[in-house]
Design a protein around this ligand. Structure first.
Ligand code: HEC
Ligand code: HEC
Ligand code: HEC
Ligand code: HEC
Ligand code: HEC
Ligand code: HEC
Length: 353
């Protein structure tokens, strides 16, 4: 009797060990991959039913067979490391988040706003933090910023923002043209979520700077920078279609986004020269003006003049009038009072004093 009991206990113990080992061998992340392949398989089964040609069915058959016995494996993004930059090798940085976050279409959808950062190059932790190597959810997500609001936690100092810009730079692909080699200044218009910084509009800046830096604000008000009216009265602007007008926005508005065709403010306003205010104005707002100044200084306004003041900046206008066989009177007299108005400002009051 005793021996029988002993045998029973042994068997039970063995079975428990087997279960335990099985769990060990089949790691946590496998279930996410299983669920993903199941979902894909279901979708494909539907497709199969709808398929009309034999050929199509055969192709699907093959794919479905692969999905029925998929390979569960650790998936990772190898990133460029700081020290190996010059050697053109991947660094020791690796993010394995995609082992569980395996559905690319889901990731693509939630990252539409940061699509300029291909995830297979930049990884995940640069924006989200967390532990890129960990394969257990709780460990991987430790200290992670899961949402926009938490990413804003970086906004304690300018240095934290610079850290992010530096990391984005380090991860950026090699640029062969030495003039285009990425420097962290290239990311100075990026907010702490990786999205484009927001333009706030000059009213926001003037709330403080109309008093704080009165001469500069006054100078701006008195020039025609604020005026988009003249452009609106230009005959080619009136006659041209939206595609033609879009060409004007780049220089005559502030915060123009070519991919949406929208601008934030008419005219050349504060942020046209000082860059989008989201980050530095935030610090100025919460009484950390010094941190804001550090960020504002990264956007050296003298560097941006030549984005608009280039030679032949009105070539499209010349063409517009030429194509219609119109005289060039419009250029100097009737529709232009630039010369007349600038004479009202003495050189010592000008922008280039
Ligand atoms: C072991 C699997 C696993 C790993 C590894 C993992 N995650 Fe997750 N993650 C999940 C699961 C499961 C969810 C969904 C949890 C939920 O909805 O409660 C999730 C949710 C998230 C969310 C959304 C959280 C929210 O509040 O909506 C983010 C962001 C995220 N993960 C980022 C990461 C990043 C970045 C890494 C790598 C550092 C990572 N994950 C690694 C399994 C994992
Ligand atoms: C350039 C910055 C950036 C990178 C790189 C990045 N993310 Fe995100 N991620 C974001 C932003 C911004 C959001 C939107 C957050 C929100 O809506 O609050 C987001 C959202 C998410 C969400 C959805 C959260 C939700 O609540 O819906 C998940 C999951 C996620 N990221 C995981 C990842 C994984 C995994 C990687 C790496 C493969 C990655 N992210 C890389 C910036 C980034
Ligand atoms: C809440 C008030 C406030 C707002 C809003 C604000 N600023 Fe400031 N800003 C300050 C203060 C305070 C300083 C420090 C000025 C000083 O000490 O002379 C400053 C400094 C600056 C500087 C000088 C940086 C340097 O070189 O030291 C620039 C440029 C600037 N702000 C631009 C802007 C722009 C553009 C906006 C709008 C997007 C803006 N600010 C919004 C308060 C503000
Ligand atoms: C590459 C930058 C750039 C583009 C693009 C541009 N402009 Fe201009 N525009 C300027 C600059 C700079 C001035 C200042 C005067 C100058 O140097 O000619 C100006 C001045 C003007 C003026 C005022 C001229 C005056 O004498 O008062 C009008 C009107 C005008 N632009 C219309 C347009 C229209 C319409 C378009 C689009 C079809 C356009 N601009 C596109 C840069 C540009
Ligand atoms: C045409 C480009 C341009 C525009 C538009 C512009 N700025 Fe400036 N800003 C500059 C340049 C260049 C400097 C540095 C030279 C200087 O100090 O005059 C500067 C300097 C500053 C400074 C620091 C110097 C100071 O006077 O204390 C502040 C603050 C500032 N700008 C705020 C603003 C605000 C607010 C607006 C909008 C009302 C604005 N700027 C519009 C180009 C511009
Ligand atoms: C976003 C484009 C843009 C940037 C950046 C820009 N400008 Fe201009 N600038 C213009 C336009 C457009 C005009 C014509 C203003 C108008 O008629 O609306 C102009 C006009 C001027 C004028 C003539 C002002 C007048 O009233 O006669 C001067 C001088 C000038 N800019 C200097 C500068 C300097 C210096 C910088 C850099 C610190 C600069 N601009 C940056 C677009 C720009």
């Amino acid at each position: 009797m005793k021996r029988k009991l002993f045998l029973l206990f042994s068997l039970a113990f063995l079975y428990a060990s087997y279960l335990w080992i099985k769990e060990e061998v089949k790691p946590d992340w496998v279930k996410y991959q299983q669920a993903f392949y199941q979902k894909k398989l279901k979708a494909m089964e539907k497709e199969y039913k709808a398929a009309t040609t034999e050929k199509g069915k055969k192709a699907l058959d093959k794919k479905m067979a692969a999905l029925r016995s998929p390979k569960y494996e650790i998936k990772q993004i190898l990133m460029k490391g700081t020290n190996t930059w010059a050697k053109q090798k991947n660094g020791d940085k690796v993010d394995r988040c995609i082992t569980c976050h395996i559905d690319e279409s889901v990731l693509k959808a939630s990252h539409a706003a940061v699509s300029e950062f291909p995830l297979d190059v930049y990884g995940c932790t640069v924006c989200h933090k967390g532990n890129g190597r960990a394969l257990i959810e709780a460990e991987a997500h430790k200290g992670m910023y899961n949402q926009r609001r938490q990413m804003q936690k970086r906004l304690v100092s300018a240095d934290k923002v610079f850290e992010l810009w530096l990391e984005l730079t380090e991860l950026s692909p090699e640029e062969t043209d030495p003039n285009l080699t990425p420097v962290w200044g290239n990311f100075r218009y990026q907010s702490v979520t990786g999205e484009k910084s927001i333009y706030l509009g000059s009213q926001k800046c003037l709330r403080c700077h109309a008093g704080l830096t009165a001469p500069h604000a006054e100078q701006w008000k008195r020039t025609k920078f604020t005026s988009f009216e003249r452009v609106k009265q230009a005959p080619d602007f009136i006659e041209g279609d939206e595609n033609y007008r879009k060409q004007c926005y780049k220089c005559h508005t502030t915060g123009y986004n070519p991919s949406t065709g929208q601008y934030v403010e008419e005219g050349v306003t504060c942020e046209a020269c000082h860059g989008p205010g989201e980050l530095f104005s935030y610090f100025m707002d919460v009484g950390k003006a010094q941190e804001g100044q550090k960020i504002a200084r990264v956007n050296s306004p003298y560097n941006v003049c030549f984005e608009c003041h280039i030679s032949r900046h009105h070539e499209m206008r010349v063409k517009f009038f030429k194509d219609r066989g119109l005289s060039d009177d419009w250029w100097f007299t009737k529709y232009s009072n630039l010369l007349v108005e600038s004479e009202k400002i003495s050189p010592s009051q000008g922008w280039l004093r």
